[in-house]
Design a binder for this molecule. Structure first.
Ligand code: BES
Ligand code: MN
Ligand code: ZN
Length: 492
């Protein structure tokens, strides 16, 4: 999609469609509105009041605008960048599905919405335009409703700063790549297939990519990852992607992603209603790949490593069992209490490896616990970090990108106590209460103490049941823009 600047008035616009995002106050102060008699008439008649979530398509038969879309933002108070981004995505999507190829989007009247957010309207329009058109439709023959072909090719924005819009589009592309991969089912994306995708990404962008197979994983003492993968006909893989900037890197960061290509629960098998959507249990790994794409496309001057711990968690005669004791890469032994607490196991080995790289920061992304989704809902991910500096930097990045995070406790002596095992160094699953904190404490045991580390529990936010704002049905790619924004900060 092309995003261009436009310096005429709305009355002179000849491109076809115009999308006008209006707050209730904009409707009251008609003289401040950008152009068009039609808007004035509709507002004066009370057909459109700017209520949040309201929209009106006005087909016009005279002048250059053929379809005028009026979209309500609600009251000015509470209308920030997040709402504008989501509403823009919704409006552009609607215009695109209704066969408009080109749309004018005046935004200058909304300037206050962008002021506190930290991103310009150009960046937001780049993100919204880049995110709105994607749907997971490649296996559908009949394209109707939300799968209606998307016609939009050009967006014109008065006062646009083109580099900022392009940067926004790069952020969106990184996220959409993650969505597209995470949406693929387990029969398509096995750990091996994920490794092939990583190889293709590396080739496209000049990254390096190393893949460890079962044999190598054994040599490398990755006993926890191997245990989780042992029940599946599709063997596990550890995938190491590296982006190296051209000049001297300012910092080194490692991103670790949970890449469970399907989580059946293993021998502690999930009930069927909990098993659907578990193709999404590789979302963390897909997000990491998205961030690497973004880092390379933005030419960041940070060395970025992506470690993807890929396995399929299946029940079979060769599965790992409850009561098994496995040894992670750092030599620590883990007693398996529950084979469905597999994410922390594959991450344990990957976090050991991440620590050995001695980076300035480690961030892991994982659909780790149902408990986190229960605590925070489907719109906010859990952030666990002992380093306030890293936590604050991620919170600031997440605010700019409107991917809400909530900081959770990363220390708790009582929960720590429940990690004790009678027969091994620790157990892999604890009591039901505080399940997300238990998992974070478990992970922390595999991170070298002096390295700032953050864990993002994206269970719940990784998958949407229905289209909403920038998201389509299915995988969201949550966390990609936040991590990329954080890395861009290190690079500045
Ligand atoms: N992949 C799941 C967590 C999950 C749940 C992600 C819902 C997305 C949506 C994870 O592997 C899991 O099964 N966790 C268990 C842990 C328990 C056995 C200690 C859980 O949350 O129930
Ligand atoms: Mn599980
Ligand atoms: Zn899982």
């Amino acid at each position: 999609m092309d995003i261009r600047t436009y310096d005429g008035s709305m009355n002179e616009w000849r491109g076809g469609a115009a999308l006008l995002l209006l707050r209730e106050e904009d409707c009251a102060a008609l003289s401040a509105l950008p152009g068009a008699e039609a808007v004035r008439t509709l507002v004066e008649r009370g057909d459109f009041k700017g209520k949040k979530g309201s929209s009106l398509r006005v087909p016009l038969f005279e002048g250059g605008v053929k379809n005028l879309y009026l979209i309500g933002l609600g009251k000015a108070e509470g209308c920030g960048a997040a709402l504008v981004r989501d509403t823009l995505a919704w409006g552009l999507r609607m215009a695109g599905r209704q066969r408009n190829e080109s749309v004018l989007v005046p935004l200058t009247h909304l300037e206050p919405a962008f002021q506190e957010g930290g991103l310009s309207s150009s960046a937001i329009v780049g993100e919204a335009a880049g995110l709105c058109g994607y749907v997971f439709d490649k296996y559908k023959e009949k394209k109707e409703g939300e799968y209606e072909p998307f016609a939009l090719k050009e967006v014109f924005v008065p006062g646009l700063v083109p580099e900022e819009a392009r940067r926004g589009q790069t952020f969106a592309r990184a996220q959409t790549a993650a969505r597209a991969l995470a949406n693929e089912p387990g029969c398509v994306i096995t750990p091996e297939a994920l490794a092939e995708c990583a190889g293709a990404l590396a080739k496209e962008l000049g990254l390096s990519c190393e893949v460890w197979d079962e044999k190598r994983l054994k040599q490398e003492r990755m006993g926890a990852l191997l245990a989780v993968g042992s029940g599946s006909a599709n063997p596990p893989r550890l995938i190491h992607l590296t982006y190296t900037p051209k000049g001297k890197p300012k910092k080194k960061a490692v991103l670790v992603g949970k890449g469970i290509t399907f989580d059946s629960g293993g021998l502690d098998i999930k009930p069927s209603n909990f098993m659907t959507t578990m193709k999404g249990d590789k979302s963390g790994a897909c997000a990491v790949m998205g961030v690497l794409r973004g880092a390379a496309e933005l030419d960041l001057s940070v060395e970025v490593h992506g470690l993807l711990a890929a396995a399929e968690n299946m029940p079979s005669g060769s599965s790992y069992r409850p009561d098994d004791i496995v040894r992670a890469r750092n030599g620590k032994t883990i007693e398996i209490d529950n084979t469905d607490a597999e994410g922390r196991l594959v991450l344990a080995d990957a976090l050991c490896l991440a620590s050995e790289l001695e980076p300035d920061a480690i961030i892991d992304m994982a659909t780790l616990t149902g408990a986190c989704a229960v605590a925070l809902g489907k719109w906010r991910a859990g952030l666990f970090a002992r380093s306030d500096a890293l936590a604050d930097a991620l919170l600031a990045a997440s605010r700019r990108r409107s991917e809400p995070l909530w900081r959770m406790p990363a220390e708790d002596e009582h929960i720590e106590e429940t990690l004790k095992s009678p027969f091994a160094d620790m157990v892999n699953s604890g009591p039901r209460y505080g399940g997300a904190i238990f998992a974070a404490l478990f992970l922390s045991r595999f991170v070298k103490k002096d390295i700032p580390w953050a864990h993002l529990d994206i269970a719940g936010v990784d998958f949407m049941d229905k289209e909403w704002g920038v998201y389509s049905k299915g995988a969201t790619g949550f966390g990609v823009r936040t991590c990329l924004d954080y890395l861009a900060g290190l690079s500045a």
